[in-house]
Design a protein around this ligand. Structure first.
Ligand code: SAM
Length: 263
């Protein structure tokens, strides 16, 4: 079978990373695991040996021979032939996620995962993306993605994975990340508005918060002059002179609530 670049088909060959991902997910025979992307089943087989049940979502039906081999050996594996972005994850009832993700859908699939209940997810991403997910304020990796993912999950960067661990070898480095789902640590009045504020701010991560917001007022759908007036009104309650890349997620949450009350 010719592997599809479009579907991110770089299959994991190095068993050490398979083991590492499964160990860090702490899979037991009580766990119902969701895997995205069967490939040739490198992760699936090892998950099936330990977990109570494994759901695998796979888009490419050319991989059916691998699926048939696995499902005839393991009764606890169920393959869902579909685009993972279109599957309703809420009704599957898994508690852990383990996957070597197709990197093209890293962002939408991560936010789809974060929208449902799970305990832990051990996921493989492109290295730079993983670093940004785990980014802390005042580092070069701190980004809109860091704040959005860390809103309701703890992110632990586990290790870098070289191209030689896959076949075919990708052009980029990869990394394993562990997400632990939790309640948000700060209160946000309106999550949609919070995400708009986040987008506006990080379009200009090196500028002051005030400058960034004014220059991207369209992202929060407030007329520029109107926004200037609002910022002046609440200036005593917030330090708008801080640089965006230094501003903690909690402060961004507070700012979003402050602006939300004024619009
Ligand atoms: N788990 C295997 C491994 O580690 O070797 C395969 C990982 S490979 C990086 C990604 C897999 O996701 C491929 O099998 C690909 O066909 C599948 N895939 C790509 N886009 C998908 C989508 N939108 N929904 C479901 N599966 C998808």
């Amino acid at each position: 079978m010719r592997q599809s670049k479009k579907l991110g088909q770089c299959f994991l060959k190095d068993k050490n990373f398979v083991k590492k991902a499964i160990n860090r997910a702490e899979i037991t025979n009580k766990d119902v695991v969701l895997e995205l992307g069967l490939g040739e089943g490198a992760l699936t087989k090892e998950l099936a040996k330990i977990a109570k049940k494994v759901y695998v979502i796979e888009l490419d039906e050319r991989l059916k021979p691998f699926a048939d081999e696995i499902t005839s050996e393991f009764e606890n594996v169920e393959i869902i032939w579909s685009d993972a972005l279109k599957v309703d994850l809420k009704n599957l009832g898994f508690n852990k996620i383990v996957a070597n993700l197709p990197y093209q859908i890293s962002s939408p699939i991560t936010f789809k995962f974060l929208d449902v209940d799970f305990e832990t997810a051990v996921l493989m991403y492109q290295y730079e993306f993983a670093k940004r997910m785990a980014g802390k304020p005042d580092t070069k990796e701190y980004s809109r993605l860091s704040v959005a993912v860390q809103y309701n999950a703890d992110v632990e960067f586990i290790c870098k994975v070289p191209p030689s661990a896959f076949s075919p070898k990708p052009d980029v480095n990869s990394a394993i990340v562990k997400l632990t789902k939790r309640e948000p640590k700060y209160f946000v009045k309106d999550e949609k508005f919070f995400k708009k504020v986040l987008k506006a701010m990080f379009q200009h991560r090196n500028r002051t918060i005030k400058r960034a917001l004014i220059d991207s007022s369209h992202e929060i759908e407030i007329d520029r002059d109107n926004l200037k007036e609002i910022l002046e009104k609440v200036e005593s309650e917030f330090d708008f002179s801080e640089r965006v890349f230094k501003t903690s997620p909690e402060k961004i949450g507070y700012l979003s609530n402050l602006l939300y009350d004024e619009i």
